[in-house]
Design a protein. Sequence first.
Length: 389
Amino acid sequence: MSTLPAHHSSMTTYKYLYSVIAALICLVSACSKHTPTEYVFHLPPDFPPPPVPVDNPMTLEKVSLGRHLFYDTRLSANNTQSCSSCHLQAQAFSESLATGVGSTGEVLARNSLSLTNVAYNETFTWAHDSLTSIEAQILIPLFNEAPIEMGLTGNEEAILARLQKDATYQKLFAAAFPEQNKNITLDQTVKALASFIRSLTSFNSPFDRYAYYGEDDALTDSQLRGLGIFMSEKTECRHCHGGFNFSQSTNQHGLAITERPFHNTGLYNPEVPPANFDQGLYDISLREEDKGKFRAPTLRNLQYSAPYMHDGSLATLVEVIDFYAQGGQNLSSGPLKGDGRAHPQKSDLIKAFPLSEEEKQDLIHFLHALNDESFIENPLYSNPWKTQP
Ligand code: HEC
Ligand code: HEC
């Protein structure tokens, strides 16, 4: 009997060790599923984080799930297309086609937008004034029927069943939505995708190092001269491409809503408009003054996101700058023949200006100072599937 206390105490030690090990295992795997980890944005020092909807807080687990979904062709009805088919990381999450092509081959009217810092966007797509959340925007590629993009309409149940069958998704969904039951839902899918899109921040360009990290020599002399031209009253670029995202359409925490970020730049003014002519914001609002108005897109990562404009019609930055220097575009032939410079809704800020060859180069060099190579190489944003699912 005298051995009992000793035996007992060693049992206690084992039990203690066991509980410590169990707690450790719990920390690294099973139990951590019940407490998702807060996502911390990758931003310059003291930079305001983007707004996040209260019903979809950012967590590492949701971002990870969203990243898997973003790169998964099983999300389109016919298994051929993922979000990444039109939003390629190497192209700053845009694509090199002038306009996108959906999963069934239908051609889209517009150029795929870059997904650089879209968490800060006040509105979404090239021209929509009431599409104000990523969650709402995502329903378009998923459900659009004219043209079909990913073709979910009528196929929701089948697609969710596909995901439900996959052991990887069972784990990822359970970790991202621990409080909900085992059935994968469309709402969870959209929330996770939106969380991944929100995580796509890009603040490591030479301009950022100059402006936010205090690296005085991050910009070349030519880029600094280009910055001056960009800010000048001559070119007016900064009026429409203002703010840290060079898009005007940004919505930071605590900042009042900015002015309406839609403008007619004098790109087109067809004498005989084709039937499917893209009128931008007018197609949504049906207000005469909105004809030909589009959102001023971000100017970050332009090196990767060519071609340019809502229809991908300008191939290079030289073409874009020549376009502005002429105060718009006059087409003397083709289906859109007509003088965009004379469009009645053209912005007053678009007017021809003289620009020497050297000034043009400086301006282009400045635009290239907004390229962030680490964005297109960031492993956290890349395809997480080792083999194609
Ligand atoms: C067939 C090509 C295609 C696919 C697939 C596609 N997109 Fe897009 N995406 C576009 C185009 C084109 C636009 C611009 C649409 C417009 O302006 O009307 C766009 C715009 C966006 C925007 C708005 C960006 C901004 O700055 O306003 C977001 C966000 C987005 N897509 C996310 C996604 C997600 C998430 C998926 C997958 C569920 C997806 N896209 C699938 C082509 C595509
Ligand atoms: C009146 C507002 C306005 C002014 C001024 C302006 N832009 Fe723009 N910019 C826009 C709008 C709107 C678009 C999209 C037009 C479209 O797609 O039809 C755009 C598109 C662009 C694009 C294409 C981006 C992409 O991803 O396709 C570049 C590059 C650009 N602008 C650079 C400049 C430069 C440089 C200046 C100064 C010379 C300038 N902008 C002046 C409103 C403006």
